[in-house]
Design a protein around this ligand. Sequence first.
Ligand code: 5RP
Length: 262
Amino acid sequence: MSGELSPIDRAKFAAAKRAAEFVEDGMKVGLGTGSTAAWLVRCLGEMVRDDGLDITGVPTSTRTATLARDVGIKVVGLDEARWLDLTIDGADEFDADLNLIKGGGGALLQEKIVATSSDQMIVIADVSKQVDTLGAFPLPVEVIPFGWQTSKALVEEMLSAMDVLGTSSSLRMNGDAPFVTDEGNYIIDLHLTRIGSPRQLALALNQIPGIVENGLFMDICDVAVIGHGDGRVEVKDINDGTVHEEKINFVETDNLFTDLAD
Ligand code: 5RP
């Protein structure tokens, strides 16, 4: 069955499967959003069902909450869980220091709150997400709908003084209407091409009235599990300064493959 997956899905699955091994009985686990995180949720659901793994999941979106419940994971909100042992989530880009761009799926606000409420954050990604310099992927910024055009103009003006290559931005759409986040906000995507000083940019963005949060995750991620299409995974721990490689064996009967990622 695994033969029907594209190399990119195999890479995502491999990263998710390896990352699931970090999850232990009794843990409160932040569950990310996106296609890679969906594989993780399915892997954890299988462990709950087949191995009796006892965990509490805190989803980062309504999408993930629905999937987690569907696969049998006990789900609570962050206010009930308060503090988490671990969050595992995908990313749109990550650099050598494990700083991230997130929010391609529009869930960056809950994702950042949940990740920073955790003892540890693990990012799971296929190797194509690894970059030398952040910024080729448009940086998502969550903005409240009231006065969003003014907020967008202020962001573009601020960008002209930043170490970035591009300064244009666009309102994310869902068909003919603006894309709306779980919090009822809009997303403005910043087309920067290259972000020279992501730390400075992240701080400057959050100073602009109307901006709720930005998709730069600085100093939040501890470990990256990087998947390859042939089943290899690299586990990179930024705190230990270690990287080691392992191989995930795709089991032909693995029933997770019957349900492709979203
Ligand atoms: C959602 C995110 C996702 O983690 C990111 O977009 C990666 O998604 P995928 O695993 O589908 O490539 O930040 O807001």
